[in-house]
Design a protein around this ligand. Sequence first.
Ligand code: ZN
Length: 484
Amino acid sequence: MNRRSGILLAIAAGAALSLGRLGAAADAMAETPVDPMLAAALARVRDAAMGSDWSWQRLQELTDRVGPRLSGSPGHAAAIAQVAAAMRSLGAEVRLQPVKVPHWVRGEERAELIDYPGRPPGVTQTLHLTALGGSSATPAAGLSARVIVVHDFDQLQARSAQIPGNIVVFAMRFDQHLADNGEALPAYVQAGRSRFTGPSTAAALGAAAVLVRSIGGADYRLPHTGYTLWKEHQAPIPAAALAAEDADLVTRLAAQGPVTMHLLLTPKTLPDADSANVIADWPGRERPQEYVVVSGHLDSWDLATGATDDGAGVIAAAAVIQALQQLDLHARRTIRFIGWSNEENGGRGHQAYFDSVRQALDTQCAAIESDLGAGHALGIVASVTPDALARLRPVLAALAPIGASVLERRDGPVGTDIEPLQSAGVPGFAPLVDTRHYFDYHHTAADTLDKVDPQDLRAQVATMAVLAYYLAELPEPLPRVATP
Ligand SMILES: [Zn+2]
């Protein structure tokens, strides 16, 4: 199948849908006049971002020179130093906020089917898999056990008598149709339940190990890693993701009779490591103690160079400062870039930042986060009060020439790392990007630089730069959002 076919049509449909969601606010918006001086400034910010290759150069530097950067790894430390240096060279006020992070290291990972219905003598089948973050190791020689395939948590409970000592395979499928309809994140969360809590649930029933069908649309037999959650005081068990094709193979064979697998995983959990959030301030000219946060996470999974998760997002956020630096432009308030630590397997970075501003939340006026890849920029997602929507009209007007003028209001969190701020009432924003193929590569060995289009990256920078500048320039901040 040609994955790119129909892309424009679907984008147009998605845009119409999102505008539809805007509803009555669109009328109010049309009547709000835009100050011509402000409109001119926003246009300059947009054009500075669209005309700069800084983001592409930094993303190439991050992915080619540093590469994978799982929390606690040498790559993560190198990325922190590299991005901090880049921000210093722009003249931003840079500091590293210390964070202690989990330190999990992948080892060997192998699996094969050693018995199944109709197996010819001497034949075994090698499976493609990768350990989930937080997995424990098998015995050094591996383990061999019967496979129990389940399609949901109800089936797991119904078969609980068969679970002890066996390997549970969760066969939940990722709904690519939902992703194609512009709902990739809900599709991810839906299929992701098996990965987030499947291993801990099966471990509580006595499973020897758990394998999940890889989440996402990948169809090159690539397993998709990610974090799995253990209950408090629960001992982790070996847990891994099978490539979707191999999960389907196991499912077909298990439907015919008993299947036995040999599994070897040798990951290690080391003591917590020293890490940091990178914070770079572009000072405000009137109210430097008030902040608009623009952010992405600097850690990544270890299988690839994390070009789209979240290299593109964190670099696009950093490039907001570079767009303003080119113009020597300072908004009323400070624009604060944050490169978050440890989004992927712990969230310690955003917790440390929130703890540091908890006593002065009035100073946090708005927060922007990009963590859904480097797809074509369509506009903005905003978690704001309904009556604040009309005030965003100048942003949409400035972004219309690059086709990023969709505004979608959402209740609740729009990003993992800004969620604590949003829960405290801070208006939250994210670039609205085309995510239909984000989960084809996300958390796999294929999340590499070639998946990023430099023009899409520049458009994402422009979207966040115009939004950040506008929010930092408002005479009064947008109203606080009631916590759902
Ligand atoms: Zn991410």
